[in-house]
Design a protein around this ligand. Structure first.
Ligand SMILES: Cc1ncc(COP(=O)(O)O)c(C=O)c1O
Length: 371
């Protein structure tokens, strides 16, 4: 037997290693491992989410396919009409669905590396071509190249991640606005937008959601995995043009978001004061860590609007540093690729964990990367 041949050339996504697996490998208890490799929220979800999981779910019944109650709360949270919101099993599921909505085999996705790897993977799984327009060394987008490519008839879809993963920089809204005039579907992935700006408005001032009802070629994606601390329950959502909603229902699995996930996400939205405090703690720690890491010899830190920092190393090998930190029970994400050379992406953790990360980096650099 053989799997379909188009899969031969596709590289599987490399997910983060589960804490328990690493604990077994390195002999450090799971509760002492610092997991700074997947941009999860170290403070966890609101206590109201845990309460909802205990008392508000009926696991013997199928979940609401339209997540009506959650969409109504999301409508209040985002200002978007409830009937233009679709909830997904993580934003990942919505990325997959969007590829299938817009790409026929042979069509092209425009990808702007370095960025989230799932866009390219899902486009390839729909047998589409991927045109890469690399970001500049400061991670700004190459607008002239993008405008030219987006006018080509085979280019059907572009993903703009703002703030971007792995660097944490925002795309100026005027640039996104320019692209809206082109005959191409634009997906703005705002997975980390809640960490941007002052955080007091949960990223609203930077968001493109208000434009979704004004044009017919814009989708905005969000997730509960990062700011809301629900990565393990898998809840993302998108705001889609009205014309697309009936077609979305053809592609989406009917019961895609389970009842526990729906209840927990809805409960999070009733506890925004909790999240304001968490977001402020994360952003002040981000600034403290950015300054401290930038003071280390041979390291530059990209100014971030997210819950992670991209740290660029001039001499040391990031693979060696990441492996050394791993042995100490600290997980970070190493990048060494043409558009993101010699870099570590480090999630912002609680202050005591950040102190340990900093100490490990200092020790490592002072011993020439051999700790
Ligand atoms: C830019 C970006 N978009 C989407 C996702 C996926 O989010 P979810 O956990 O909701 O599937 C991630 C996760 O890391 C991400 O970094």
């Amino acid at each position: 037997m053989k799997a379909a041949s188009y899969l031969d050339s596709i590289q599987a996504y490399q997910p983060a290693i589960p804490i328990e697996v690493l604990a077994g490998q390195i002999g450090i208890p799971a509760d002492q491992i610092i997991k700074a490799d997947a941009n999860e929220n170290p403070y966890g979800a609101s206590p109201k989410a845990a309460e909802a999981l205990l008392h508000s779910i009926a696991p013997h019944l199928y979940p609401d396919p339209g997540a009506v109650a959650l969409c109504s709360q999301l409508s209040q949270f985002t200002g978007a009409p409830a009937d233009q919101i679709m909830v997904g099993n993580g934003a990942d599921e919505l990325i997959d669905i969007i590829m299938r909505l817009f790409l026929d085999p042979g069509d092209t996705l425009i990808d702007l590396p370095p960025t989230f790897a799932m866009y390219k993977l899902h486009a390839e799984l729909t047998r589409a071509a991927v045109l890469e327009i690399p970001r500049r060394p400061d991670f700004s987008i190459d607008l002239p190249a993008l405008l030219a490519a987006a006018s080509r008839p085979e280019c059907k879809l572009v993903f703009l991640t703002t703030p971007n993963n792995p660097d944490g920089t925002l795309i100026p809204k005027e640039q996104i606005k320019l692209l809206l005039d082109l005959p191409i579907m634009l997906v703005v992935d705002e997975a980390y937008i809640e960490f941007s700006g002052s955080q007091a408005d949960f990223g609203a001032s930077q968001s493109c959601i208000p434009w979704v009802t004004q044009v017919d070629n814009l989708i905005v994606l969000r997730t509960f995995s990062k700011w809301a601390g629900l990565a393990g329950l898998r809840v993302g959502y998108g705001v889609f043009p009205a014309w697309l909603m009936p077609i979305l229902w053809k592609v989406k699995q009917p019961y895609n978001v389970n009842c526990a996930a729906q209840a927990a996400a809805a409960a999070c939205l009733t506890d925004l004061p909790y999240y304001k405090t968490v977001l402020q703690q994360i952003s002040s720690e981000r600034e403290r860590m950015a300054a401290a890491i930038a003071a280390l010899p041979g390291v530059a830190v990209v100014p971030s609007q997210t819950n992670f920092l991209l740290c660029q190393f001039k001499q040391a090998s990031v693979k060696i540093i990441a492996a050394a930190l791993r042995q100490k029970g600290i997980l970070v994400r190493a990048y060494d690729e043409p558009n993101c050379p010699q870099s570590l992406r480090i999630s912002i953790m609680k202050p005591w964990q950040n102190d340990l990360i900093l100490k490990a980096l200092e020790d490592n650099l002072s011993t020439g990367g051999n700790v």
